[in-house]
Design a protein around this ligand. Structure first.
Ligand SMILES: Nc1ncnc2c1ncn2[C@@H]1O[C@H](COP(=O)(O)OP(=O)(O)OP(=O)(O)O)[C@@H](O)[C@H]1O
Ligand SMILES: Nc1ccn([C@@H]2O[C@H](COP(=O)(O)O)[C@@H](O)[C@H]2O)c(=O)n1
Ligand SMILES: [Mg+2]
Length: 230
């Protein structure tokens, strides 16, 4: 037998549901979304895997979804391949539809959306179509030289992990993605992390964000529980 989520998945794949239909179904789930941003190679995917293990989120990488769509032989495949090879940002409606499908498919309500929104068009379109406001934005800040070193050592067979495309991706990050981070800074939503440190040290900082320590109440410190309550 198929689960409710599987039925929704097939319905989305094989019927021309509008953005409004998909958005309504998603809104019913009241999803909790964290955007995960940072330059190419800053460690977004690496840290997302760890957050999933510790905090029960579903990780959705916009880049991974686009790569899967390209490989599926979809009508958008060639366009996605060309954009990725140039480090350019794929039109928002393509990426948002993939994200929405994946969110409905997951059966979860907590999502790490990695590598999205990548530009102002992504941000505004997602907000308009889904009406979802992120809980916060996790920003992995890392020097370009370190990101370049990491990507060139990644060895995952990604076609865009070559020095020519890497430089283009850095340029797009500076020109189009940083302004999105600034936008969310203006709303007090950015949690910035020093991503140049080793993986486990970065994750220590990440954990504090997802699992904030309860601050000690100075007035209560040093008193017994009954005095503290009084
Ligand atoms: N803190 C770290 N220190 C050293 N290497 C790291 C660190 N974090 C990730 N890496 C390595 O750097 C490479 C890039 O990491 P990852 O794929 O997580 O980056 P990303 O931000 O998702 O990149 P992209 O935007 O290109 O998808 C991987 O090979 C990963 O193992
Ligand atoms: N919102 C997005 C995210 C990604 N892309 C394209 O995918 C490439 C790889 O992305 P990663 O996050 O996996 O590095 C990226 O360079 C873009 O071409 C996109 O178009 N829109
Ligand atoms: Mg990644």
């Amino acid at each position: 037998m198929f689960s409710f989520d599987q039925i929704i998945h097939f319905a989305l794949l094989y019927s021309p549901l509008s953005f409004e239909d998909i958005s309504d179904r998603l809104a019913e789930k009241h999803p909790k979304v964290v955007f995960v941003l940072g330059g190419p190679g800053s460690g977004k995917g690496t840290q997302c895997e760890k957050i999933v293990q510790h905090f029960g989120y579903t990780h959705l990488s916009a880049g991974d979804l686009l790569r899967a769509e390209k490989n599926s032989g979809s009508e958008n495949g060639i366009m996605i391949q060309n954009m990725m090879n140039e480090g350019k940002i794929v039109p928002s409606e393509v990426t948002i539809k993939l994200l929405q499908k994946a969110m409905l498919d997951s059966g979860n309500e907590k999502f790490l959306i990695d590598g999205f929104p990548r530009n102002e068009e992504n941000r505004a379109a997602f907000e308009a179509l889904t009406k979802i406001e992120p809980e916060f934005v996790l920003y992995f800040n890392c020097p370009e030289k370190e990101m370049e070193r990491r990507i060139l050592n990644r060895n995952q067979g990604r076609e865009d992990d070559n020095i020519e495309t890497i430089r283009k991706r850095f340029k797009v990050f500076l020109e189009s993605s940083l302004p999105v981070i600034e936008y969310y800074k203006g709303k007090g939503k950015v949690r910035e992390i020093d991503a140049a440190k080793p993986v486990e040290e970065v994750f220590e900082e990440v954990k504090d964000i997802f699992n904030p320590k309860v601050p000690k109440d100075e007035n209560v410190e040093g008193r017994c529980m009954c005095c503290a309550i009084l």
